[in-house]
Design a protein around this ligand. Sequence first.
Ligand SMILES: CCC/C=C/C(=O)SCCNC(=O)CCNC(=O)[C@H](O)C(C)(C)COP(=O)([O-])OP(=O)([O-])OC[C@H]1O[C@@H](n2cnc3c(N)ncnc32)[C@H](O)[C@@H]1OP(=O)([O-])[O-]
Length: 290
Amino acid sequence: MLLSGSGKPQFGEGNREVGEAPLGRPVWAAVGGSLMSLCLPFTGVATMKFKSPPVNSLSLEFLTEFSISLEKLENNRACRGVIITSTLPKIFSSGLDITEMCGKSMEHYTEFWRAVQEMWLRLYGSNMVTVAAVNGSSPAGGCLVAMSCDYRIMAENPKFSIGLNEAQLGIVAPFWFKDTFVNVVGHRIAERSLQLGSLHPAPEAHKLGLVDELVPEEKLMERAAAVMAQWLALPDHARQLTKTMMRKAVLDRLVAHREEDIKNFVTFVSKESIQKSLRMYMEMLKKRKS
Ligand SMILES: CCC/C=C/C(=O)SCCNC(=O)CCNC(=O)[C@H](O)C(C)(C)COP(=O)([O-])OP(=O)([O-])OC[C@H]1O[C@@H](n2cnc3c(N)ncnc32)[C@H](O)[C@@H]1OP(=O)([O-])[O-]
């Protein structure tokens, strides 16, 4: 991934484009990252597109690239908003990469979980306006990414589903996934949906308030840009302070318990019974395919 422009920091690998708009204003464009493409034109609204086939699963490498990208955008004063979407047809993100949680060392689980936390802390705590253009299925960690944005627009295809389905894998969403979920849909819906590990088809997700609106797939990016413009019409400082007021307690809770949360995850995921559940789930995915 690469962000470039006049005197702006560059990062990542890949090709790039830098141009000049009329009146000599810089046009920043970033293309060709390994797991997501990132583009920041002079409008000040970046577009981040996941492109990690086959299903945009959130591996350690993906999460690291995601966090670095968010940090760079956050530190770039010209960037006021980011639209997050996927280049893959039918999939926004399949959630955490299950292979990162299977048959690895305690050190690996520790590093992986820290990267999951880092991504969420950056996205949920972002000062930018964040809009998720959910153009495909979005289970578990994919749902977390969408829920961490300020606004969610989903393609109105009933074959696409979204939700925290961890219970179906025999694992438990941590308290900060749950807190994020509760903040979006309220306690009762979150309680039922989490216990059942429900994946909600797009129309149901809309009814529950898990996504804010549905649009035909071909209108998704156009609508995301319009929503972004609406949110950016307000003074940044007022919007940012309000966002902080709404999200701070939940963010602070993880910051205060970060190491304990890592320990819990590592202990939990290392259990043979949990490893067995995850292996069986991966087998089920493979069988379903064939
Ligand atoms: C405490 C922890 C909290 C946990 C949070 C999480 O996010 S847990 C995560 C919860 N996430 C889920 O429960 C989502 C599980 N995934 C799905 O439901 C579907 O894959 C789909 C709807 C995303 C896409 O359907 P589709 O028919 O378009 O695609 P397909 O099904 O044919 O898969 C293609 C290939 O990708 C593979 N693969 C898939 N997902 C993952 C993954 N997360 N990771 C790794 N690999 C994954 C799949 O095995 C297959 O590999 P193969 O055989 O080619 O070597």
